[in-house]
Design a protein around this ligand. Structure first.
Ligand code: SF4
Length: 357
């Protein structure tokens, strides 16, 4: 089994995916790639949210040509998503793309595949093979009858074989399905036989709510098994939400070191303050921090002080006020109306100390 750290490292721009490196978070732009201003604006929002690698569709010549200008204005590596047309891959490579997502078996004649591989080799650009349960090759559908995890892995090995035959090894592989058990089985089987880094994803997972649940279930099982080197959460939502979900998921498995954590209680009849508002405001406030601060927001004095003491900073609600805890010590009582602003001040202070040290 090639667990996360056993995979071969593959360079993508200034990042390395695979081996001992952290799990890389990625997303995909929803803009028309040829609209440089809109695409750059979206990438900057994604980057601010914690996105480390971003993909754009390259579905026409204008999109491939826009890469040059987009690259000048962003600082994270850029991936071109290409289907079938090798000329677009060549143009994207010429214009400075950092990685290409294309399936060599779908490009066509051998000389076309060779041309893409040669261009990638010359510039040190990796290729992601993107197997999708919904678009398996006909010969595999004939063999298996319908998409199965075995068929998906065979598809990946088929495309890998084409690249390896050309002595190309900067490969990353994804095996996406919208069916969660199928995706889990495909990635698990792939990890047994594929040494290259795996890009995790549950494709077409759904809206913010259902897609988050499906993605967390599927990708969570894989991460917990030590599988996966990079991931994209696919949501029918603002792609910034994909990054938020991805970061939360990595945090859950201890795979991210620079993210804040919010602990908040579900509330009950003992609640004496408007906890949902406080928790939501604090969550929004800390979401962009790149500091492993732990904040707790608890509704009452039953579990509140205990949890608050475990956190860097926390509150436990009381009637119309809150007890403020810093590193386990109750530092003062704060009126309910000032809870959020006082918590923010304390968070700023902890962040300042952390970033100085
Ligand atoms: Fe209820 Fe207090 Fe527990 Fe929150 S911390 S769920 S308000 S008992």
């Amino acid at each position: 089994m090639f667990k996360r750290t056993d995979t071969v490292p593959v360079r993508v721009g200034n990042l390395t995916i695979g081996g001992n490196n952290e799990v890389i978070l990625q997303s995909m732009c929803t803009t028309k790639t040829a609209d440089v201003a809109a695409t750059v604006a979206e990438i900057k929002r994604l980057e601010e949210a914690g996105c480390q690698l971003v993909r754009v569709t390259v579905n026409n010549k204008e999109a491939a040509e826009a890469i040059k200008e987009i690259k000048k204005q962003i600082s994270i590596p850029l991936v071109a998503d290409i289907h079938f047309d090798y000329r677009l891959a060549l143009l994207a490579i010429e214009n400075g793309i950092d990685k290409v997502r294309i399936n060599p078996g779908n490009i066509g004649r051998r000389e076309k595949v060779e041309a893409v591989v040669k261009a990638c080799k010359e510039k040190g650009i990796p290729i992601r093979i993107g197997v999708n349960a919904g678009s398996l090759e006909n010969h595999l559908l004939e063999k298996y009858g319908y998409p199965t995890p075995e068929a998906m892995v065979e598809s990946a090995l088929f495309h890998i074989g084409i690249l390896e035959e050309l002595d190309f090894h900067d490969i990353i592989v994804s095996l996406k399905a919208s069916d969660v058990p199928m995706a889990i089985a495909a990635y698990t089987k792939a990890a047994e036989v594929i040494k290259y880094p795996l890009h995790l994803g549950i494709t077409e997972a759904g809206t913010l709510f259902s897609g988050t649940v499906k993605s967390a279930a599927g990708i969570g099982v894989l991460l917990n098994a030590g599988i996966g080197n990079t991931l994209r959460i696919s949501l029918s939502a603002d792609p910034v939400e994909e990054i938020k979900v991805a970061r939360e998921l990595l945090k859950t498995f201890g795979l991210i070191t620079d993210a804040p954590t919010l602990i908040s209680c579900p509330t009950c009849g003992r609640l004496d303050i408007d906890l949902f508002s406080v928790a939501n405001e604090v969550e929004e406030y800390i979401s962009k921090l790149k500091v492993p601060i732990k904040v707790s927001v608890l509704g009452c004095a039953v579990n509140g002080p205990g949890e608050a003491r475990e956190a860097d900073i926390g509150i436990a609600g009381a009637r119309g006020e809150g007890m403020l805890f810093r590193y386990g010590e109750m530092i003062r009582k704060v009126p309910e109306a000032e809870l959020v602003s006082e918590l923010k001040k304390e968070i700023d202070h902890i962040v300042a100390v952390y970033t100085e040290t």
